[in-house]
Design a protein around this ligand. Structure first.
Ligand code: PAF
Length: 284
């Protein structure tokens, strides 16, 4: 595995890889690597064999009261895992990678202000600005994002479409603990009691999924079923529950085709997010 810290270094390594004829795939992360990232790396490799993995805890996507200082960081462990997973280039930019203060930032449009964006103003502005920079530097053939951050994946697709960025965006399935909790670097914050309650978020989404699969097509009714299920776990404080068209997270009067069930809840000092995508006649 080759390592790069500066933009010049990563560009040099990528020129070598491309010169050798390798297709390049890319998995951007904020570190705290876990099996969810491993599955994205594997998916990336199947799309294009030379996998670039970046680790950058992006301050632009954290609000002033959020967990930037406490965010799990273990560069040595991340590097060891990246090596084990067969990553070709590990890119770990320093804070010099940040765009100039007061300089250009990307506007995510109206979707950036809804759901996560309603709770975390400027979050997606920070995400898209740094993802655009990473894509511009790495110039991969395909970039892989996790379905757990569904709104992020949809917004990255919108950015790539609207700015004609020459990359294919692929989305990998959420990896879960045996009890259904979606893997996340932030799960490390949960106390034992909170960890026991955390799978209730996914269970509530499954209640919504069951309602859809048994024929309920009114998004409001499906949403109510999820909210009622969440109410059974008083330690979970929902920020939002939504039933939307999966492709673009638009509202529709009746659910049809791939439909996203999304929820976010606070549990102690941790925020959990999760989603399921349900198709009429199937689920993922
Ligand atoms: O999903 C993440 O880990 C981050 O939001 C990303 C895409 C690496 C941008 O900082």
């Amino acid at each position: 595995m080759k390592r790069a810290v500066t933009v010049a270094q990563v560009r040099g390594l990528l020129a070598e890889l491309r010169g050798a004829g390798a297709g390049v795939s890319f998995v951007p992360t904020m570190g705290g690597l876990h099996e969810g990232h491993a599955s994205l790396v594997e998916r990336a490799r199947q799309a294009a064999p030379a996998v670039v993995l970046s680790v950058f805890v992006n301050p632009l996507q954290f609000g002033p009261d959020e967990d930037l200082a406490a965010y799990p960081r273990d560069p040595q462990r991340d590097a060891r895992l990246a090596q084990e997973w067969g990553v070709a280039v590990l890119f770990t930019p320093s804070s010099e990678f940040l765009p100039a203060e007061g300089g250009v930032r990307l506007d995510p449009g109206p979707l950036g202000g809804r759901l996560e964006g309603a709770v975390r103003p400027d979050h997606f502005r920070g995400v898209l600005t740094i993802v655009a920079k990473l894509l511009n530097v790495v110039r991969p053939d395909v970039a892989v994002f996790g379905q757990k951050d569904l709104q992020q994946a949809v917004l990255v697709r919108h950015m790539v479409r609207d700015l004609d960025v020459p990359v294919r965006i692929d989305v990998g399935a959420t990896v879960r603990e045996p009890d259904g909790l979606a893997l996340s670097s932030r799960n490390a914050y949960l106390t034992a009691a909170e960890r026991a309650d955390a799978p209730a978020l996914q269970r509530a989404l499954l209640v919504g999924e069951a309602a859809l699969l048994s024929g309920q097509r009114e998004p409001g009714r499906v949403r109510e079923a999820i909210v009622r299920a969440l109410d059974e776990t008083p330690s979970l404080h929902p920020d939002y529950v939504a039933v939307l068209r999966a492709e673009d997270l638009a509202e529709s009067s009746l659910a049809h085709g791939p439909t996203a069930l999304l929820a976010a809840a606070r549990l102690g000092r941790t925020r959990l997010i999760d989603n399921r995508i349900v198709d009429v006649g199937g689920a993922s």
